[in-house]
Unconditional design. Structure first.
Ligand SMILES: [Zn+2]
Length: 52
């Protein structure tokens, strides 16, 4: 699972496709999760979780 902000969601989707070669699943985090999670690629608050 990759947690990412709005800016990096496309990058995260590409990474999942490259690594797992399956269609990625994107879920929006709950308000509580957003507050305690930061993006993997920058220091912004994460908005989405991308997995497969
Ligand atoms: Zn980011």
């Amino acid at each position: 699972m990759i947690y990412c902000c709005k800016e990096h969601v496309e990058l995260a989707l590409d990474v999942v496709v490259d690594e797992y070669e399956t269609a990625p699943v994107m879920m929006e985090l709950t308000e509580e999760q957003k507050l305690s999670t930061s993006c993997e690629y920058c220091s912004e608050q994460a908005i989405y979780m991308v997995g497969n």
